[in-house]
Design a protein around this ligand. Sequence first.
Ligand SMILES: Nc1ncnc2c1ncn2[C@@H]1O[C@H](COP(=O)(O)OP(=O)(O)OP(=O)(O)O)[C@@H](O)[C@H]1O
Length: 377
Amino acid sequence: MAAALAVNHLWKSFGSGLRPAVRDVSFAAAPGEIIVLLGPSGCGKTTTLRMVAGLEQPTDGTILIGTEAAYDSKQRINVAPQHRQIGMVFQSYAVWPHMSVAKNVAYPLARRGLGRAEIARKVEEALALVGLEDYLDRSVSSLSGGQMQRVALARALVYEPRIILLDEPLSNLDAKLRLRLRDDLRTIIKKLGLTALYVTHDQEEAVVIGDRIGVMKDGELLQMSAAADLYNRPADAFVAHFTGVTNMLQGRVRSRSGGTASIELSGGAGPILATLGKDVADGEAVSVGIRPENIRLLDTPPSSLEPDQHRARVVERRFHGGQSVYRVAVLGTELDVVELGTMPRFDQGHEVTLTLPADLCWSFPAEASTDRRIEAV
Ligand SMILES: Nc1ncnc2c1ncn2[C@@H]1O[C@H](COP(=O)(O)OP(=O)(O)OP(=O)(O)O)[C@@H](O)[C@H]1O
């Protein structure tokens, strides 16, 4: 099936002396797919979205919406935003405060010259979809932030766009509302079978909303995959850090067997087993990342240790209510380990056996990982 949106080798430069804001970005969204662009401030997410919308002209590349070119630098095609059949929702609510809820939502239809009865029906349908069917005649200025954002969403959906673009639509809402609308947004988009491009810097939001997530840094798309792959197979150290990896061990690849490497740690400890990143060579210095929640602690020491098991000691325990965070001394360094549950198992000083599952330890070239760690924090 043809992609609903295809972005190919897209570049954007805002000036000759400046680093390009978007560098050779390519991805495609299947019909009905929700693609999230995730990354720190200034990485080029909004610029990418604005180019798809037609609000920013690319320096190079192509954008296809369905089978039609919306932008093609070589063929000099640049379809105006209003002709791209795109719905948009932004961070600021972008609703007209002097108009009623119904008038706000009706606005795009009135501009397209639809009849009154049809407009009324579509407005009611769109408002029902966002749970505001009882607010038709209310003034927008009397609504809460979350309700205003629902009005903005209804207005973006009302004329049945081919694609919906959302740029940090939840970031002006308080935490509780954000969680509720986050779940609702995905449900609504899926119910309509819309293809969506969604921009956020919040990884949790990205995971809940997106079918696939693209992580951007310095204008580049580093990895685009389903959330579980992003978490379990990060392409590089930046992606690993951005999705919450805090433990990094330094070492060197000693030997390898298939996709797994035996890694000797700096200071002579180890070896540990880790999955090899795609650019890691034999003998190379590496950083090995492992998430605190993927490390397991055993109370009773086994009679003999497996290759992925190591003796360790609890240095510090922090109780967070629903989970305990342990700082554990192991392999000549200290690692964070998270365990879910309201009953902490170990006290400070407790001797434990620690498992580092090889398939959840990822090795990356050392130089890149240390550089990128600093930027990612
Ligand atoms: N109109 C512009 N003129 C010059 N530089 C710009 C312009 N718009 C964006 N930039 C630059 O392009 C880069 C990418 O910006 P962009 O807004 O796409 O990032 P972002 O990832 O969406 O960040 P944020 O989450 O802070 O919005 C930044 O360095 C930004 O300063």
